[in-house]
Design a protein around this ligand. Structure first.
Ligand SMILES: [Zn+2]
Length: 89
């Protein structure tokens, strides 16, 4: 009897569903290197997931960055000028 080791296709061990679940983590590089490698392997062989991750990546890139909590030094100086000006009468 002969065993037939699987030679067709690459079993990356990741399902399309997992890709969907982990797409954000993957793009934000929050996954361990081994998981990333498995996802990349899957993306290379699955155009559907490749497109999906590409879409999310585009959306993320187009989102505005988090607003700065503190005003910039120039803005702060400007506010100070305005404050002084309005209280100097
Ligand atoms: Zn897939």
């Amino acid at each position: 009897m002969k065993d037939h080791p699987p030679t067709q296709g690459v079993d990356s061990g990741v399902t399309c569903r997992e890709i969907a679940d982990r797409a954000s983590d993957y793009l934000e590089e929050r996954l361990p290197i081994f998981t990333r490698a498995k996802i990349e392997l899957h993306l290379a062989s699955c155009s559907g997931c490749h497109d999906y991750v590409g879409q999310i990546s585009l959306v993320k890139d187009s989102l505005p960055r988090l607003p700065q909590e503190l005003p910039s030094p120039i803005k702060r100086l400007r506010l100070r000028e305005l404050f002084v000006a309005s209280h100097s009468h």
